[in-house]
Each structure stands twice: as structure tokens, then as C-alpha cells.
Design a protein around this ligand. Structure first.
Ligand SMILES: [Zn+2]
Length: 69
């Protein structure tokens, strides 16, 4: 999967409307690609408004964890 593909599909991913296999491929890419992970963070932050962010927890850290989970 290449970055432009991943970034195009993030909207679908965020809606939870993605096939499991595609979703896995996307998550796999995200875990190894800072650019796309940052893109995902931006998207969730903008669309969702309230990404779970706790006091001292750095956003990028919690993102990394949620992707691997
Ligand atoms: Zn990428």
C-alpha cells in the first residue's frame, strides 16, 4: 500500500466502513509510516473533534498505541 492510497482511504477507515483485510493493510502501513500516522491524527482530530486525550499524554504517543492495539 502506498501513502497516497492510504491517505485517500482514511476517510473510509475512520467511518469504520472498511473491509477487514484493507483495514489491516492500512493499519500495518500506519504503524510504519509517520507521515500517514500524522495524517490520520489530523483527520481524527478535525473530524472527530474529541480524540481521547488525557492530561499529560502526548497525542502522538496515544495514537501509536491505538494503532498497534
Ligand atoms: Zn504512508
Amino acid at each position: 500500500m502506498i501513502c497516497s492510497q492510504v491517505q485517500r482511504q482514511l476517510a473510509v477507515y475512520l467511518r469504520g466502513a472498511m473491509e477487514v483485510a484493507d483495514r489491516r493493510a492500512l493499519e500495518c502501513h500506519l504503524s510504519g509510516c509517520e507521515e500517514c500516522a500524522g495524517y490520520l491524527f489530523q483527520s481524527t482530530y478535525v473530524n472527530g473533534g474529541r480524540v481521547q486525550m488525557r492530561d499529560s499524554e502526548a497525542p502522538s504517543e496515544s495514537l501509536g498505541r491505538s494503532i498497534r492495539a
